[in-house]
Design a protein around this ligand. Structure first.
Ligand code: BES
Ligand code: MN
Ligand code: ZN
Length: 491
């Protein structure tokens, strides 16, 4: 979907649908006022009669208004102005985007970003509105036959605004591309989106963007480096694991890169510690950490941000088999630390620990790993917040702030040493499960042992990266948070 600016007078703009905001207050934003005036007070009258709803996220589609270049007007409610914040603004814009998707429109012109609130700048409001409209108009098509009555998402959207918003719309375009990449990969079925597929997709990203290069480590290469924790997960699968390393060089060579690591378990059956049917059916989403990281990488490369980024995807499939890793096996990670694998379903930390050790050779400024790591994170935070665990306050703060500013929010959880002893075992340096309590934290504790000398953060996106049972599927998160974090670092 194309996003661009149009700064002609609102009432004159020829469009299939003009999108304006209404608040639960006496006053109109500039675009809404212009539409009201051009239509001889129609908006005022329809608000009074109750035909236009002002509540947050309520939409009303108006036909046949005289005096406008637009064929229709969609009003979007932003509720009480004093309650409006970026998260509520995002929700209302998303509702507008969904209303646009559900009508036979190809194109629209959006003005809702002229509503002022909370000291949020116009560039931020534009970015958020554009991302929400884009997000709502994504349609999964890869493995679906299209019918005449299939929903027809928008092909393009223009936004009211002049040259002062040019960089914001370019940012929106790049972030939207990153989000879309993340979502497409996340939703793909596990028979298509295999480790080899992810490697192939990374190659196309490298070919499409300047300053991007790719290296893919095969199982032999990984064995040579001693990545036995990662390989132990892959042993039960007929598919070969890949360690995919995408490099973006946007700054001087001696500038330490940001290392982004993604859990790319393309299907998680649990291995010999097999999941129940009920818990297994969502496990194509177990590569959403990888998808989110790749999405942020794409946004970064599209904007040609002046930073260096190393993106490491640990792509494996976790399957049961005569060859598979057994509960009780002790394996030696690339770091030399030994791990007793007591539950083969706690595989994410096994692939990530070797990826973290591998990342150290790049002397990164920071390491951020992203993973659908624990069901416990879903219990703790539900589907709204990403779990954040870090050994560095400044890094944690920067990630939280980036997430808040783009409504892709995270919440920090403690990494107290008191939790570490839950990983003790007589038979190895650690075991890969920490028992019933604080599962999200003991997973973080496990990873922290491989990042001791690094500024490191871990994002558990088990709840935030996808929504089950709705039409939404993969959410694309945390591509937005990470892309914003990279942009803040670059700026
Ligand atoms: N991929 C799962 C985590 C997960 C669960 C993601 C539900 C999304 C929704 C992970 O590999 C896993 O199985 N974790 C186990 C760890 C446990 C065995 C310590 C879990 O959370 O049950
Ligand atoms: Mn698992
Ligand atoms: Zn998993």
């Amino acid at each position: 979907m194309k996003l661009h600016l149009d700064n002609n007078p609102t009432a004159d703009i020829e469009t299939e649908c003009l999108v304006i905001g209404v608040c639960d207050s006496g006053s109109f934003s500039p675009a809404t006022k212009a539409v009201d005036e051009a239509t001889q007070g129609s908006i005022s009258r329809l608000l009074e009669s109750g035909d236009i709803e002002k509540g947050l996220g309520k939409t009303s589609l108006l036909h046949g208004l005289q005096g406008l270049g637009a064929a229709r007007v969609l009003t979007v409610g932003f509720g009480k102005p004093e309650k409006l914040n970026l998260a509520r603004f995002d929700r209302a814009c998303l509702a507008a985007g969904k209303a646009l998707r559900d009508h036979p429109l190809k194109q629209c012109h959006v003005c809702v970003q002229d509503i002022e609130f909370d000291n949020i700048g116009s560039d931020r409001r534009l970015l958020q509105a554009a991302l929400a409209v884009h997000r709502a108009n994504f349609l999964y098509t890869t493995t679906k036959s299209m019918k005449d009555d299939s929903p027809a998402p928008l092909k393009s959207a223009s936004f009211q605004g002049g040259p002062e918003l040019q960089s914001a719309i370019e940012q929106a375009d790049a972030f939207a591309a990153g989000f879309e990449k993340s979502k497409i990969l996340g939703d793909l079925p596990p028979n298509i989106c295999t480790p080899a597929y992810l490697a192939q997709d990374a190659l196309s990203i490298a070919e499409k963007h300047a300053n991007v290069s790719l290296e893919v480590l095969e199982e032999d290469d990984m064995a040579e480096k001693g990545m036995d924790a990662l390989l132990a997960v892959s042993r039960g699968s007929t598919l070969n694991a890949k360690l995919i390393v995408l490099k973006y060089a946007g700054a001087a060579e001696d500038q330490a890169p940001v290392a982004l690591i993604g859990k790319g378990v393309t299907f998680d059956s649990g291995g010999l510690s097999l999941k129940s049917g009920e818990n297994m059916m969502q496990m194509k989403y177990d590569m959403c950490g990888a998808a989110g990281v790749i999405g942020a990488f794409v946004a970064c490369a599209r904007l040609q941000m002046p930073i260096n980024v190393i993106c490491i995807i640990a792509a494996v499939e976790n399957m049961p088999d005569g060859n598979a890793c057994r509960p009780g096996d002790v394996i030696t990670s690339m770091s030399g630390k030994t791990i007793e694998v007591l539950n083969t379903d706690a595989e994410g930390r096994l692939v990530l620990c070797d990826a973290i050790t591998y990342a150290e050779q790049y002397n990164p400024d920071v390491i951020i790993d992203v993973a659908t790591l624990t069901g416990a994170c879903v219990v703790a935070l539900g589907h709204h917040a990403t779990g954040l665990i870090s050994n560095d306050d400044e890094l944690a703060e920067a990630l939280l702030q980036a997430g808040d500013s783009i409504v892709d929010r995270a919440w920090r959880l403690p990494l107290w040493e008191e939790y570490q002893s839950q990983l003790d075992t007589p038979f190895a340096d650690m075991k890969n499960v920490g028992g019933m309590s604080a599962g999200v934290l003991t997973a973080g504790c496990f990873l922290s042992r491989f990042a001791e000398d690094q500024r490191w953060a871990h994002l558990d996106v088990a709840g935030s990266a996808w929504k089950w049972g709705s039409n939404d599927g993969a959410t694309g998160r945390p591509a937005g948070l990470l892309a914003q974090f990279l942009l803040n670092k670059a700026g």
